[in-house]
Ligand binder design. Structure first.
Ligand code: ATP
Length: 238
């Protein structure tokens, strides 16, 4: 579904992602793990059209994404849950969710968007309780649910998540990861970027390890969870 070949991403003249290749097949849940500053968010920014300064190949469903705008990429079926949530704080919870569907209203009409709103609210009932509340007043966990809900409102075939566990209490992280796994079981293809390597690999089919902009290891999630280098560098103690 997503094929990345020899991706190189730069800020100005400085390359921070070097000749990275990876693939995500339909229905897979893929985790990219790596330390702070490894280039994970930069890679996702290139996929989602938020970073233009890249070379190499990014193909989604056989179509090159080179030069495509971020809204056009959303319309192709890729939707992102950004690092730090990036919800629209001054807007209500409901308006945040509706914003997630803004590329669809013309094509799909109000009734299909309303169906998806029902689906999101069933998944996260707290968002219904908070529908009229300003999004900026939600707790961190609620904001993460809102960010996921907003991304789902675009009806993605590939959901891309950047560090969904960031800054959240362990119980909430567990709940968010279990939701991601449920989405995957329901047929959404998922590309997940995480510093919480153990949690990310536990729910993944396959994983990639990014170190200072280079892909140094890849394999099934089960293989990576028992790999000595991965254990030493990313998993710590059980
Ligand atoms: P983190 O988990 O901390 O977000 P990451 O793996 O997602 O880390 P990136 O945010 O992609 O890493 O950063 C990769 C490198 O690019 C880092 O060295 C970072 O300092 C640099 N970088 C990121 N954004 C910019 C920017 N806008 N301008 C210049 N350099 C940047």
């Amino acid at each position: 579904m997503l094929k990345i070949k020899n991706l190189r991403c730069c800020y100005g003249n400085i390359a921070v992602v070097h000749t990275v290749s990876l693939s995500v097949r339909q229905g897979e849940l893929i985790s990219i793990i790596g330390a702070n500053g490894a280039g994970k968010s930069t890679l996702l920014a290139a996929v989602c059209g938020l970073l233009k300064n890249w070379s190499g190949e990014i193909e989604f469903k056989g179509r090159p994404l080179n030069g495509m705008s971020a809204p056009a990429i959303v319309r192709q079926g890729i939707s992102m849950v950004p690092e730090g949530r990036q919800i629209f704080s001054p807007l209500s919870v409901m308006d945040n969710l509706k914003m997630g569907a803004y590329t669809r209203f013309k094509k799909d009409g109000k009734s299909r968007v309303a169906e998806d709103l029902d689906m999101v609210i069933q998944m996260f009932p707290i968002l219904k309780e908070r529908a009229g509340q300003l999004a900026g007043t939600l707790s961190g966990g609620e904001q993460q649910m809102l960010a996921i809900g907003r991304a789902l409102m675009a009806r993605p075939t590939l959901l891309v998540l950047d560090e969904p566990s960031m800054g959240l209490a362990p119980k909430i992280v567990e709940m968010i990861f279990s939701t991601i796994q449920d989405l995957s079981h329901n047929g959404v293809t998922i590309l997940l970027v995480e510093q919480n390597a153990r949690a990310a690999l536990k729910i993944a089919d396959r994983g990639y390890v990014l170190e200072t902009g280079k892909m140094v290891l890849q394999g099934s999630a089960d293989e990576l969870l028992v790999d000595d280098d991965v254990k030493r560098a990313y998993l710590g103690k059980d």
